[in-house]
Design a protein around this ligand. Sequence first.
Ligand code: ASP
Ligand code: MG
Length: 413
Amino acid sequence: MKNLIVQKYGGSSVATPERILAVAKRIASYKKKKHRIVVVVSALGDTTDNLIELAHRVTSQPSEREVDMLISTGEQVSIALLAMALHKFGVDAISFTGAQVGIMTDSRHTKAKVLDINAERIRRELRKDKVVIVAGFQGVDTRQNITTLGRGGSDLTAVALAKVLSAATCEIYTDVNGVYTADPRIVAEARLIPYISYDEMFELASLGAQVMQARSIEVAKKFHVPLHIRSSFSSQEGTMISKETKALEAVVVSGIALKKDEAKVTLCDIPDRPGIAAKIFDAISKAGINVDMIVQNVGRTAKADMSFTVARTELGKTMPAIKKIAKALKAPKVLFDDDIAKISVIGIGMRSHSGVAATMFKALASKKINIEMISTSEIKISCIVARKHAEEAARVLHKAFGLDVGGKKIKKK
Ligand code: ASP
Ligand code: MG
C-alpha cells in the first residue's frame, strides 16, 4: 500500500499513561503528513514478566496454552489505551487483537510461527483513513487457540505486517536512539551505528544486544523489509538496517555484543572414540535443550573432555540429563560454571579480512583476561570469559577495533 508505514512501540515506550499519550502525539503528527499508519504495540512496561510470574505463583508448571491465554492480555490492554489516546487527539483509530486481523500461526504455544496473515480487515480500515493498531506478539492457530510468538515477538508482528502490506518502512520504536557499537551502559565510548546490514544486526541481537528480537530480523532480511530502529523519546534518526553495501563491508568490525546468560557444562574423561559426541548431544536434544558452543579437548590418553554452553535458565534441565549419560559412559565427573559470559565481535567486513581473531585475543590478553572457549563464523568471533571480566573485555575490544569515539576504524585494505 502506498505511503504506508508500520510503527512498532516497545513496552518501555508505552509504560505509563503519559508515555502512551506521547506516542499518540507522534502518531498524530505522522498522520498529518498523509501517511497511512499501522501501529503494533507491546504490553505496558514489564507486564509480560509480571503475568508470567503470576502464573508461576499458581503453579510451577502452567500449561503453555493457558500461558498464551494469559500473556496475550498484556497487548490487549495497550492497544485499547493507545486507540483512546489517539481519539483524544482527534485521530480516527481502531484497535485489533492478532486473531481479529487474521494473524494465523502454528500451534506451538509460547513460540508459535506466523504462517499467514489475512490482512483484508486492516486494508479496509486503512482505506477508511483510520490508524490501525494491532496487538503485537500474538496470533491464533487453526483451532482458534490464542498463541504467542516468543518473547520480544511484537517485532515479528511488525515485520510480518510490513511485509504483507508492502509498507515503505517498518519503524521500531524503543527507549534508546538505535543500535550502538556496544552497550553504552557498559562502554561509555559506544557510538550510534547509522547503517547496518541485516546479517550483522541478526548476530548482534542473537549475541546479546537487546534492541530487537533476532528472529524478526531474519524475517525482515528474507522479505527485504526496510527497518529503522529509533527512539520514541526523540525525533532523531536511529539505525537503518538494510542490505549489504560496499560501504558497510568496508568496516571490519561493526559492533561488540555481550551475553551474560549462558552457563558452561564440562564432562571429564569421556572415552575418545566415534559415536560418543553423538550419544551426549542426542540425550541433550531429547531433553529439549539448545546447545550453543561446543569444545572438545583430546589429551594424549584415550580420554577427552567435552565442554558446551547452554542458556543459564536451562542448566537445571541440563544437569540431570548430562549426569545420566555421563554415568552410562563411565565418566561420572561433570562440572558446571554459570559465572561466564560470552563476548563477541561482529562485522561483515571480517569475511575478507585476516587478523581479526589475533587482534581480539591480543586485546583480551593485554588485560589478562583468560579465554575459556572460542567459536567463529564468517562474520563473528565469540569468546567465553569469566563473567567478572566481561565488561572490561567489552571496553578493551571496543577500543582495539577502533570503535571508540574518535577512534580510527579498522578498514579493509
Ligand atoms: N510483551 C512481549 C514481551 O515482553 C512481546 C514484546 O514485548 O515484544 O516479550
Ligand atoms: Mg515487552
